[in-house]
Design a protein around this ligand. Structure first.
Ligand code: NDP
Length: 819
């Protein structure tokens, strides 16, 4: 085609990027090795796996297939390197990371070509989006390495991190994971996806070029069953960071349960793309192109569900069809191509299967009139209308260029439809009415919300999911917390220091009373009297009940549990909670969801009020602690006082844990808002019956969650006494529900419960494991102590931002501005 013909037809001419430099680099490096301790080594298995160019279906090269033995060597190298890298000053780490960023830029074109060859994505995307963002991540996190000593001074690195990444953004996912890990002083063993290892190998070469100390980054190519699983199970790995499918994420949650490994999971999605009738439809059409045809729709946060206000649906669908007709599919190295190849024949087959199912389920499928290339793995952009919300294609992640559209009438209906998914990764909202858009954004259960834009990413802004889209955030300052742990965590806290001795006697001499044998008369402490007259009367029976939906509730089982003091005297009975009580409590907690949308000022007021009412009854609560634990009275008083102070702390935090405004390099801002997680379950520690309860309940409700709390099993009476305090403090019904009984049994029910969004468990190592295992059911977020006690009296361990972060999930709302 000559220039004149192009001018006449306005057809695109070919604009091919040369594959030669990429192919030459591959040739030069064959056979590829594994990258361990800054050396290229042969895989222990002696095996290699094919890497295919998805645009041709032909083999590009073979990469080494690591196995468990290689994982052992790489983890050992990372461990040795950690001893030094973990202590390397932030400024030095920043220099290395700066060098990485620079070298990414120096090799940017080669990286872009390799990525397109290996993955099949258009060169326009790898050149203009993936690779620049990779460099940006290393620059951005070089800054955090520099600032760690001043800005995260109470934190230390986690240790050796195992990172497992998918094939859809191979080098970008590597950067998302490696950059924050190195910045915080961790060392890494990374496994790329088997389809797309090449840019990770080029990245390894860059590590050599910049002389990164040996063992800080190790890259093992190979199969999931050989490398991925071994990494997840390895006892000397301190954290696993995974991006991929929800099913594999769930299995990793189960495998790591109870191991003490930190875990972050970035999983699938079925993100809504909501269009209100006042939106600029031409912009919307381009938005849809970016939402679902970017990277062939193989994007975890792809806007794959188009929700359109009914009165404009026909107009929008018509415009979309016109646009789809003009999309160009083909050779990913052609700079004028919009849609490249699907990564593998397996993925292609799966997309086709789901599309067939959509047709069988009665939805109307539309595809452009042109045909896809015959060679390679291509799938045309596809639009489904007449889709019913419960069908497979409306619920399941297709991970291909397939858009399903549905209509709504009102904003409330839009929110309901948008949230009608087990996922919660992202959403975009299109409206020229900013009030409407900003009203809808917080109601969407999604980690990122884009207003009048979509699929925007930046190192400064966190990314991650709600619900079955996983937990943990990548990007921004919030992403750093995935790669650090509190400094105090290394200190082994001796149990004696925790004042949990069960047989200690009074030491202050004045209270409590001691009998002639020196044994404390615990049973008299709480309710008896020194007044001989009254003491002859039988005490009025006091039956602590459970507290559900703001009402005192008898246990469904009809059974009670005896509570003893350390000397073995029975001091009370509490309800023996069961599955049904938990169910009622979870229901009550859901019904109280209005707590999250109330003002933070109101939450602060109520926390102060609880503190005030507790303080009026300080003596009574102290005596109750003495009665249950046998600790000295003065000690018990200080537990009550610390509890009051803790309530004050969270009343203070309620309107101050505010999030930030990120400034990514766009005209606009990103609001990073910490939001309540929803319904949380809390299993309290055995030690500190009151302080353990308050220290966990206060931050969770301060952040707007509603709770089901299982108090200390041995000493539940402080918590049951508390409901009277809660009742008199204007706390709305159902915000805190207390179910007493066998802690581990109840915790198991809560961890299994699909309507519980997060669970905290402070108990035995075995209990922690069970909670983590069960949480995989609905991928609820967990926070457990792996059987290690905390010193709850110490404000560094017992309160603060760690608790607030565990009580919230960050939503990033992207708001571009300007005409
Ligand atoms: P997977 O979740 O299987 O793979 C992602 C990564 O995890 C790869 O590196 C893979 O290795 C590795 N892996 C797989 N199984 C295990 C395991 N048991 N233990 C440790 N590591 C493991 O995704 P697929 O590539 O199979 O894609 C399937 C579906 O997953 C897609 O259709 C899509 O729905 C979803 N997906 C979501 C992504 C996201 O960004 N959230 C990204 C990719 C896929 P290997 O490559 O060797 O198999």
């Amino acid at each position: 085609m000559n220039v004149m013909e192009i001018f006449e037809t306005m057809e695109y001419g070919p604009a091919p990027e040369a594959a030669a430099p990429g192919l030459a680099w591959i040739k030069e490096h064959e056979p590829f090795g594994l990258y361990i301790n800054n050396q290229w080594v042969k895989p222990a298995s002696g095996q290699y796996i094919e890497s295919i160019n998805p645009a041709t279906g032909k083999q590009l090269t073979k990469v080494a297939a690591a196995n468990g033995a290689d994982v052992d060597v790489a983890v050992a190298a990372a461990r040795t390197a950690y001893e030094t890298w973990g202590k390397t000053p932030g400024h030095v780490r920043a220099r290395y990371m700066y060098a990485i960023a620079r070298h990414i830029q120096k090799h940017s074109r080669l990286l872009a070509v390799l990525e397109s060859l290996d993955n099949g994505k258009p060169i326009r995307e790898t050149r203009d989006i993936d690779i620049p963002l990779v460099a940006r991540h290393f620059y951005y996190y070089a800054g955090w390495a520099q600032l760690m000593e001043s800005q995260l001074r109470d934190y230390q690195p986690v240790g050796v991190v195992g990172q497992i990444i998918p094939w859809n953004f191979p080098l970008l996912m590597l950067a998302w994971k490696i950059a924050p890990a190195l910045a915080m002083g961790n060392t890494v063993v990374l496994k790329p996806a088997r389809y797309t290892s090449l840019t990770a190998l080029k990245f390894a070469e860059i590590m050599q070029e910049i002389d990164l100390p040996p063992g800080v980054v190790n890259i093992l190519t190979g199969e999931a069953s050989q490398v991925g699983e071994a990494l997840v199970r390895h006892p000397d790995v301190n954290k696993i960071a995974f991006t991929g499918s929800t099913d594999v994420g769930r299995s990793i949650r189960r495998t790591t349960a109870g191991s003490g490994k930190k875990l972050s999971l970035e999983l699938g999605g079925k993100s809504p793309f909501i269009v209100f009738d006042d939106a600029d439809l031409d912009s919307v059409v381009e938005g849809v192109v970016d939402a679902i045809w970017f990277n062939q729709g193989q994007v975890c946060c792809a806007g794959s569900r188009l929700l359109v206000q009914e009165n404009i649906a026909n107009r929008l669908i018509e415009k979309l069809r016109v646009r789809m007709e003009h999309l160009r599919i083909g050779n990913p190295l052609d700079k004028a191509v919009d849609i490249g190849a699907i990564v593998s024949p397996g993925q292609l087959k799966e997309i086709q299967r789901l599309v067939n199912q959509g047709v069988e389920e009665g939805a109307v499928m539309w595809q452009p009139s042109w045909a896809c290339p015959i060679e390679g793995y291509f799938f045309p952009p596809t639009l489904f209308t007449n889709v019913s919300p419960a069908t497979t294609i409306a619920q399941v992640e297709i991970f291909g260029p397939v858009l399903v559209s549905m209509t709504f009438r009102t904003p409330a209906e839009a929110v309901e439809l948008a949230n009608n998914t087990r996922y919660g990764l992202a959403a975009s909202v299109w409206s020229d009415n900013i009030n409407l858009a900003l009203d809808v954004a917080p109601k969407l259960k999604a980690g990122s919300v884009w207003i009048n834009c979509t699929n925007l990413f930046d190192a400064s802004s966190g990314f991650g999911g709600y619900r079955e889209s996983g937990f943990g955030r990548e990007g921004g300052k919030e992403g750093l917390y995935e790669y650090v742990r509190p400094k105090w965590e290394t200190q082994e806290t001796p149990l004696e220091a925790l004042h949990i001795a069960k047989n200690s006697t009074s030491s202050n001499g004045s209270e409590p009373n001691e009998d002639e044998d020196g044994e404390t008369a615990f049973q008299d402490l709480a309710f008896g009297s020194s007044n001989g007259h009254l003491a002859t009367l039988p005490a009025i029976d006091r039956t602590p009940k459970m507290f559900i939906g703001g009402k005192q509730a008898r246990p469904d089982s009809g059974y009670s549990r005896d509570i003893y003091d350390p000397q073995g005297h029975m001091i009370g009975q509490v309800g023996e909670g069961n599955r049904k009580d938990i169910r009622n409590a979870v229901e009550a907690a859901h019904a109280a969801s209005g707590w999250a949308v109330g003002t933070t000022h109101n939450r602060a007021q109520i926390l102060y009020y609880i503190a005030e009412n507790l303080s009026i009854r300080e003596d009574e609560f102290a005596r109750r602690i003495v009665q249950q634990t046998g600790r000295p009275y003065a000690d018990a008083v200080s537990e009550v006082q610390v509890s009051i102070s803790r309530l004050f702390s969270y009343a203070a935090w309620a309107d101050k844990f505010e999030g930030v405004v990120h400034r990514p390099p766009i005209r606009g801002a990103v609001l990073a808002m910490p939001e309540a997680i929803g319904v949380m379950a809390i299993a309290c520690p055995e030690e500190y019956p009151l302080l353990g309860f308050i220290s966990l309940v206060a931050p969770a409700i301060a952040m707007g969650n509603t709770l089901v709390v299982v108090p200390s099993q041995q000493s539940p009476l402080s918590a049951t006494d508390c409901y009277q305090v809660l009742e008199t403090s204007d706390l709305p019904n159902g915000v805190v529900n207390v179910v007493t009984g066998a802690s581990d049994t109840l915790s198991q029910v809560l961890a299994d419960h699909d309507d519980v969004d997060a669970m905290w468990y402070f108990g035995s190592a075995e209990g922690c494991k069970n909670v983590e295992l069960a949480s995989a059911g609905n991928m609820k977020r967990t926070w457990v102590n792996y059987g290690h006690p905390r010193n709850w009296l110490d404000p560094v361990q017992g309160e603060g931002e760690e608790f607030l972060r565990e009580s919230t999930q960050v939503k990033n709302i992207w708001i571009p501005y300007g005409e």
